[in-house]
Design a protein around this ligand. Structure first.
Ligand SMILES: Nc1ncnc2c1ncn2[C@@H]1O[C@H](COP(=O)(O)OP(=O)(O)O)[C@@H](O)[C@H]1O
Ligand SMILES: [Mg+2]
Length: 265
């Protein structure tokens, strides 16, 4: 479906990577990429499943950009507001991820599906995950997360890999020097447990969680370095120290893994 642009274009600057994300009326316009048709198939499946925590696909506009529904709320706030780091918000985020996964699990990707490359689990994929639930890609309303945006990195993966990525940013699993001030003193171990309980994560996945986090750090470092070589927003993030932050997070986890693991068993 082709959608005409009749409203003013307002740049959305909250993200890191994609240049030219615009709000136009009730819609968002974003440049397309090779994976866009596959991501749209996923979003349409989520809609058919009644999952309302993701934008709807409207179509393409006359400039060939993807057109998604604009989701009202707060996202990408810096510094983080206090409501973004509460236990209630973390539990709601876990519930949202669980509902997304349960809806995505019945999605059969198109035969010619193209997905963005990235680091991944060694286990067989269980579903198409979001794979980028960072602080900017969650929309809040009334102080609680209610939707994910930016499905650009969606790809076949395991539930646990998506859980690990989400916890990397939201528990968070990071060296405190790299965190927003409000996140520096959070009790990470209890928050891991809270998230896993609210998600309903299987015991075998809890036992593997921190080992997979370590693996993810080393693989993400390489994946991000590869993306940075292609220039654009990824190169900018790399130049601003994204790789160094991943390395520091890995070193921080080395020191704290045993103590954190005790909260998961
Ligand atoms: N569907 C949407 N509804 C509301 N806001 C959005 C939507 N899509 C993007 N935004 C806003 O634009 C910002 C950047 O968009 P995003 O799709 O995350 O691009 P990037 O790839 O740069 O991270 C987001 O952090 C959010 O603030
Ligand atoms: Mg984003």
């Amino acid at each position: 479906m082709f959608v005409a642009t009749v409203h003013e274009e307002i740049p959305l600057l909250g993200g890191d990577v994609t240049d030219g994300v615009m709000r136009v009326g009730d819609t968002v316009r974003r440049p397309t990429r090779p994976s866009t048709p596959s991501v749209h198939a996923l979003l349409r499946h989520l809609e058919a499943q009644g999952f309302d925590g993701a934008p709807r696909v409207v179509g393409l506009d006359e400039q060939g950009r993807e057109v998604l529904t604009y989701l009202e709320g707060e996202s990408g706030l810096r510094p983080l507001p206090a409501y973004a780091v509460t236990d209630e918000a973390l539990a709601a985020l876990a519930g949202l991820l669980r509902r997304f996964h349960d809806a995505a699990a019945s999605f059969l990707p198109p035969r010619q599906a193209v997905w963005e490359n990235g680091s991944n689990d060694d286990r067989a994929p269980e579903l198409v995950g979001h794979c980028d639930v960072n602080l900017d890609n969650v929309i809040f309303r009334d102080g609680l997360p209610y939707a994910f945006i930016d499905f650009d990195l969606a790809r076949p993966t395991t539930r646990l890999f998506d859980v690990v990525t989400t916890l990397r940013h939201w528990a968070p699993l990071a060296d405190p020097v790299d965190l927003d001030p409000l996140q520096r003193d959070l009790p990470v171990g209890p928050r891991l447990r809270l998230f896993c309980d609210a998600y309903g994560l299987a015991p075998r996945d809890r036992r593997r969680l921190l080992d997979l986090a370590r693996l993810r750090f080393s693989r993400s470092y390489i994946a991000m370095r590869t993306r940075a070589a292609s220039g654009g927003g990824w190169a900018r993030m790399w130049a601003e120290g994204a790789g160094t932050r991943i390395r520091r997070a890995g070193a921080w986890l080395d020191i704290h893994q045993d103590e954190l693991h005790a909260h998961l068993v």
